[in-house]
Design a protein around this ligand. Sequence first.
Ligand code: DGY
Length: 321
Amino acid sequence: MTRPDLLVVTRYSDDDMHALAQHYTLHVLSDAADSARLLDEVGPRIRALATNGESGASAALIDALPALEIIVCYGVGVDAIDLERAKARGIRVTYTPDVLTGDVADMGIALLLALARQIPAADAYVRRGDWGRKPIALTRRVFGQRLGIVGLGRVGRALARRATGFDMQVMYHDRMHFDDVPYAWCENLVDLARQVDFLVVCAAADQGTRALIDARVLDALGPDGMLVNVARGSIVDEPVLLDYLRERRIAGAALDVFWNEPAIDPAFASLDNVVLQPHRSSATLQTRAAMAELVRGNLAAFFADAPLVSEYPLVREIAVA
Ligand code: DGY
């Protein structure tokens, strides 16, 4: 039996590629010396496209695949997929919700602690042999402090639960108020930023959240406030954030996500009030295995004409991360 063709936008790990190759004839765009040529050759017969959160699927790519029926995303954030184009063409989209929630929330807390307690800087201080020779600055307390969560979706809620374990006072901003949580809702993000010590971004990226964290929000957070972002770079006005960090108009930022990954603005590396991560909140062995399983499960269901395992609700306008 011939294996169905699968177009992979960006090569997955060797194990995941191997597992997919058992069932599909793989065509890997990121490996192609001439991607236009690959698309000319295989594009007309591709029914399924496999991608990830960062690479997504542009309108141009979708247009190059006239037989496309499904886009399978290895990630929960589908903002890099042109959803309007997919919807207009009746192309279904799957994603990997739930399985990565705990890891992303863990990373949010880890970044909060690393930033406030200056763990990377203190690690470097010990390694340099400065301990006992030079003074080291005191850090900021986390437990019992006020935490503002931007976006109370799956990740926001998991982070809030963890923060209550640190006796933090949790407040949130979201487009809507939720009756099923004990946290105070701030309809206005600037008001939330004014009231908290730490602001953690957990919202899904879409047109409505683009550059949501702007100068007004950072002004409200103030010179003692700290920002953490485990969602998407696009939600923060990055040039403005860099100015505020340089001028110490906020105390610091811990970031897992950026505007231009992986070639991020080099200005970040020159700052001593940031903690930087290479977009890896979900990068644990367990979670990545579960994400890959969902990718395979959705593909298998599609080709078997069975119900998809985790279909992204394209009819809903607002994504919940
Ligand atoms: C996700 O799943 O959205 C992660 O951020 C990887 O893109």
